[in-house]
Design a protein around this ligand. Sequence first.
Ligand code: GDP
Length: 451
Amino acid sequence: MDDTIVAISTSLGVGAISIVRVSGTDAIEIVNSIFKGKDLTKVKSHTINYGHIIYKGEVIDEVLVSVMRAPKTYTKEDIVEINCHGGISTTNKVLEALIESGARQAEPGEFTKRAFLNGRIDLTESEAVMDLIESKSDIERRLALQNESGALKEMITKYRDKLKDLISHIEVNIDYPEYYDIEVVDDKKINDSLDYLIKELKHLIKESEGKKIIKTGIKTVIVGRPNVGKSSILNKLLNYNKAIVTDIEGTTRDIVEGDIYIDGIHLNMIDTAGIRKTDNKIEKIGVEKSLSLIDDADLVLVVLDESKLLTKEDKEILDKTKNKTSIVVLNKSDLTKKINENDLKGRNVVETNTVDEKGLESLKNEIRTLFNLDKIEVLDYTYLSSARSLALARKALSSLESAKESAITNSPIDLLEIDIKDAFDDLGEITGETASDEIIDNLFKNFCVGK
Ligand code: GDP
């Protein structure tokens, strides 16, 4: 962490402004060496300074430079941010000049990693930063913001403090067994604390699992024979013509995707190749892909043409999806109905037609019901947003349940202590206090460059 890092923090493309960020001991000196304007080494902290970036005698850009001195910065190091004109060429040239003047290109997430290693934020807050950047809906943003402000860290720290307290009580007992009666094996204290923590963790895990779809969305796959109206339904849901719609069978050979939102929950919709028996090589690959997508989906929309009797292929698709969370969409309800609904017993059925857009709202309502979307409460709630933290919380819970079992069966106190220490460490890994360097490195690798 001795070196000074640099990265383009805005997304690289055409835009009014781009920000190039520099962090480290030499940040101010390095920028100053290519800056014409005030002497940046002498300006006050948290000031914005007008000037030019000059490199090898050439004016690269007219810029505004923010100088922020440690420790009140994102990384707790000196940070300089150069607001230059947007555009790939100018921004890259500024980056290049900084690298040639002594800064090192930052790795993905390295600024946030420094904020973590310098003790400004913990891992839950770091993950929340990433969630915030990636949030696509208002609910996602609100949840991420809550964790970013340290709500989850506080909660986990409170649990760990309780466990620490228990561990020291148990250790007094192990070290000074003569105090057995007075101090420690106050079974009630151990039992009460374990009961409380088990209850709290169970609640946190349950709520977090319920909220998982806020972040991951609902992976929705649209399947059906060719020409039943899959692409038309996707287009209507997306409100624009992204999928190719034609009446030539087998047109949607590849996969077409789009995102829709229902009550702020994001549905990643995948329109698949029509499923039918085919000798066409390319179409065959598409059909196989569609079938494998069904296995992966959270929700399958099985589209049928209700103006026709069920075909053998329809029946196969229905059979393949019978154990999945699915909705059977009877499309083309504007035409004379021929399908026999008795063949669809036990399935969730919605009728639609894309010609005068009937039934699309009912389809959305069915999705709402299936995933309890209207019951997702996000007010003032802290949750475990990453698969990593959820897995660790489950591990900690299982250790605490095992400790409780030991307490009930009066097992040796050291056994109880091992489980409590395991839970203490697992919870510590959520915040990063007990996480290994490897885990930390891996976590930040998933961040974007410049953050
Ligand atoms: P896909 O192959 O399943 O994706 O089907 P498309 O969306 O490409 O639609 C196939 C044909 O059916 C096109 O000519 C559409 O205009 C037509 N179609 C789609 N939905 C409806 C509907 O609700 N009613 C009627 N009458 N025709 C529809």
